[in-house]
Design a protein around this ligand. Structure first.
Ligand code: CDT
Length: 316
């Protein structure tokens, strides 16, 4: 059989080490630009940054003062602090994916989302995604050293899981906790996604049970390997990790092939660029055989997935 020619997108996972609470947006953007230049030197077409990567992971703290909460959010994108990154990327002709806290005036009110954008090589925002699965809680929990108040500070994303043709590839985005849910990938798989980009901030104490917490790195990769394989897509998982303001967070950023294999992985707990030349045609074999959705899926058997939210035991 003739071999389909490769379609290569060289991707850089730009892992970040900790961001201090008092680190300015300008200082963070300088770090992002430094990694963008390293990525460009290695031939990258696209640089993927983590979730909420312009500031420290602020949902770990309870804040009552709304002005203080809003100080972590971006009202426009780009904005003066982030413009140098857009300029550097445009000059280098490199696309990028950036996670940030978005404060939007929409539907007659102020809305707050945990957002990621994909910017193309010309510096245009080509795709926006707002995090659907918000983990944690809306009220502080007693006895926790660090809170996880995403449900307090954000509302669930209202854009679904869009896939768009960007830089000649079918691209999709998700954010951190989304990666643990098979629905995330399948909704994009049904749009023939070829590459999913996912930034994350994952504290190692997020379940408050040492027996589960010790598996944090395993579950991180397990979720993305399964999502990649079952949907025949590349997945790029990028951490902000290390010990940030006393909170320990996982790293091990990695690039996952449509086979489910890890093809590149970060080795440090700091800012680190990991690149791989991804052949976007690699998923095709899977999409035409074992995961030919049109031939093999049976949606009528999956109705409960959209009809029911929580698990219910079978009738006695
Ligand atoms: N940022 C984020 O979504 N983190 C979660 C861990 C926290 S759950 C309280 C994750 O799924 O990695």
């Amino acid at each position: 059989m003739p071999r389909t020619p490769s379609r290569i997108m060289t991707v850089a996972a730009a892992q970040m080490g900790p961001i201090a609470r008092d680190e300015s947006r300008q200082a963070v953007v300088a770090r992002l630009i430094d990694m963008l230049r390293q990525a460009k030197d290695r031939g990258a077409d696209l640089v993927v940054y983590p979730e909420l990567c312009l500031t420290t992971f602020f949902p770990r703290w309870m804040m009552e003062d709304q002005d203080e909460v809003d100080s972590w959010f971006e009202r426009t994108m780009p904005n003066p602090a982030v413009n140098p990154l857009f300029e550097a990327a445009r000059e280098s002709e490199v696309g990028f994916c950036l996670g940030y806290a978005e404060l939007a005036q929409e539907d007659g009110g102020t809305r707050r989302f945990n957002t990621a954008i994909l910017v193309d090589k010309a510096g245009r925002v080509a795709l926006k995604y707002r995090k659907v699965h918000l983990p944690g809680h809306a009220e502080p929990q007693e006895g926790r050293k660090f809170q996880h108040l995403e449900k307090r500070y954000f509302e669930p994303g209202n854009l679904g899981f869009p896939v768009r043709r960007v830089m000649d590839a079918n691209m999709g985005l998700c954010i951190c906790n989304d990666r643990r849910w098979p629905e995330t990938y399948r909704v994009m798989g049904l749009q023939d996604v070829e590459m999913v980009l996912c930034g994350y901030n994952t504290p190692t104490d997020h379940v408050q049970d040492p027996a589960i917490n010790r598996l944090s790195d395993f579950h991180n990769h397990l979720s993305m390997q399964a999502g990649a394989y079952q949907n025949a897509t590349w997945v790029v998982g990028v951490a902000k990790g290390g010990v940030e303001e006393g909170s320990e967070m996982i790293t091990h950023s990695a690039i996952f092939a449509p086979s489910g294999e890890i093809v590149a992985q970060a080795a440090t707990m700091e800012d680190e660029v990991v690149t791989f030349a991804c052949d976007l045609e690699m998923g095709r074999k899977y999409k035409e055989t074992i995961f030919n959705f049109a031939a093999h899926r049976e949606p009528d058997a999956y109705r409960l997935i959209v009809e029911r939210k929580g698990a219910e035991p079978p009738a006695a």
